[in-house]
Design a binder for this molecule. Structure first.
Ligand SMILES: Nc1ncnc2c1ncn2[C@@H]1O[C@H](COP(=O)(O)OP(=O)(O)O)[C@@H](O)[C@H]1O
Ligand SMILES: CC(C)(COP(=O)(O)O)[C@@H](O)C(=O)NCCC(=O)O
Length: 329
């Protein structure tokens, strides 16, 4: 896989050859921060997290994601402090009220972005300073199937060009601008297309999480060659969920296997035909999707954005986070 940032050393602190713009932490070093995290999870909250439907080990929540929610809570507070400084500077010229703190969650198809994003939403909303946390996935900004077909992009789904990038950036810019109500189209994995006449409305949350494959992609230059503002320019913090391509492929295939026994059974499912063939035939198809679409997208477009993230979390084959790399300020 392409490595845009120096590879993460297995043991941090000791043996560090030279200074880097990152702080590298092992799982043990990061999870030790748990004890400094106020707001430990209550038994009731543990039950609620289970109710999200994600298969996630609760030790993993305590060791990794709880300290992360504390770090983010500190960043939100520090950003509020900066806003205060700006208001002092501006004086009567215009006092800004709070705008949402925006977090991007990036990574490959099937690396576990949705799981991380849902977990962060649940954990962040427990903090009294920012109870309203909205989560938006970028798939709502995929071009509808008829448009993808017209542009010959059906086998490039998830690649940067398969999205209406301008609308996605506008959407986040409007939320960051503090607009009272901002709407987005909705994508359905069931029909594998945008749902006509359905909209998602975001109303001034305290925190907005934007999750998707390409959220760290730099903006394309305009027709005149000039640089434009991109989605990531509106992020206050970003997380890149990282793992080896081999592990991600195996998670992709096992998710496909699970979906074949559940969601694909629905008569409206785009993938229903794969419930009618043998499991081996269905998995061959899933392998083709991985090999021809999702892996090339990971290698060509997604992995090269890794170095732009504020935090990289590296998962091992069992989904457990092994190492973390945090940008120095
Ligand atoms: N922490 C975790 N522990 C166990 N399984 C996980 C974990 N995170 C993700 N998975 C599984 O890996 C697969 C991909 O995760 P998902 O969040 O759907 O990925 P993405 O949103 O990146 O496509 C799913 O089958 C999910 O249940
Ligand atoms: C919908 C997706 C493009 C992911 O979208 P995202 O929310 O990350 O923008 C992806 O899950 C997908 O369907 N990829 C197409 C190839 C496949 O079916 O695996």
């Amino acid at each position: 896989m392409i490595s845009p940032v120096p590879s993460m050393p297995r043991s941090a602190h000791r043996h560090r050859p030279e200074a880097t713009p990152y702080v590298d932490l092992t799982r043990a070093e990061w999870s030790a921060l748990r004890d400094k995290t106020p707001l430990p999870l209550t038994a009731e909250e543990v039950e609620k997290l289970r109710g999200l439907g994600d298969v996630i080990d609760l030790d993993e929540v305590r060791d990794i994601y709880l300290p992360l929610s504390r770090l983010l809570n500190l960043y939100v507070g520090a950003t509020d402090g900066l806003r205060g400084a700006l208001n002092t500077f501006l004086g009567e010229q215009g006092s800004q009220s709070g705008t949402p703190f925006v977090i991007g969650v990036a990574g490959s198809v099937a690396v576990g972005k949705s799981t991380v994003a849902r977990l962060l939403q649940a954990l962040l909303s427990r903090w009294p300073e920012h109870p309203r946390v909205e989560l938006v996935t970028t798939d709502g900004f995929l071009l509808p199937t008829r448009e993808l077909e017209a542009r010959g992009l059906m086998s490039r789904k998830g690649f940067p060009e398969s999205y209406d990038r301008r609308a996605l950036t506008r959407f986040v810019a409007d939320i960051k601008a503090g607009k009272a109500e901002v709407t987005a189209p909705v994508y359905s994995h069931l029909i594998y297309d945008i749902v006509p006449d359905q909209k998602l409305t975001v109303r001034r949350p305290d925190i907005l999480i934007v999750e998707g494959l390409n959220v760290l992609q730099p903006a394309l230059p305009g027709k005149d060659g000039r640089t434009r503002v991109g989605l990531a320019d509106y992020f206050d913090f970003s997380v890149y969920v990282d793992a080896s391509a081999e592990d991600i492929e195996s998670w992709y295939l096992s998710r496909f296997k699970k979906l074949r026994q559940t969601a694909f059974q629905d008569p409206h499912s785009y993938f229903r035909k794969y419930t009618q063939v043998s499991e081996e035939e269905a998995l061959d198809y899933a392998r083709t999707l991985w090999r021809t679409i999702n892996k090339p997208n990971l290698v060509e477009n997604i992995a090269p954005t890794r170095g732009r993230a504020t935090l990289i979390v590296r998962k091992g084959p069992d989904h457990k986070v092994q190492r973390l790399r945090l940008r120095k300020l």
